[in-house]
Design a protein around this ligand. Structure first.
Ligand SMILES: [Zn+2]
Length: 139
């Protein structure tokens, strides 16, 4: 199996923005430019699950938190799910001038034939270099 899914950059972005991949998450996922806001990073990480861009998921996850999982685990999960849609339900900070942010979302996916709805408030932080990273979900 190829490591990532082939993409048509003109197709609609999986993140639900109603824009093409090329004008939405693709540049972030492919590492061409960093996501400018926490919400943009959240969207691009969802898209990375759908496109099986596991390296991107790993690189945009806070290094201190990565100890809880492995690339192989992330990949197995992403492959095992059919990604059906993302809805951003709220944001707190996470803008271009912020160093921290919260993004609430609902992700729909199918796993083992069962429709699943995952709700989360994700915590994001920005490095001194200006790169947004996913930290964890809010407990
Ligand atoms: Zn997108």
């Amino acid at each position: 199996m190829p490591p990532t899914k082939p993409v048509d950059s003109e197709s609609i972005c999986p993140c639900g923005s109603n824009q093409s991949l090329a004008s939405c998450c693709l540049n972030y996922v492919k590492g061409k430019s960093p996501a400018p806001t926490a919400e943009a990073l959240m969207r691009s990480r969802y898209t990375a699950h759908a496109l099986l861009e596991i390296d991107y998921l790993w690189e945009t996850w806070s290094p201190e938190e990565r100890v809880r999982s492995s690339k192989a685990d992330i990949e197995a999960w992403a492959r095992n799910c059919e990604w059906l849609g993302l809805k951003i339900t709220g944001t707190k900070a996470g803008g271009k001038k912020d160093n921290h942010g919260l993004v609430s979302f609902v992700a729909l996916y199918r796993q083992d034939g069962e429709l699943q709805e995952h709700q989360e408030v994700s915590v994001f932080t920005k490095t001194p270099q200006g790169v947004w990273l996913y930290v964890d979900h809010k407990k």
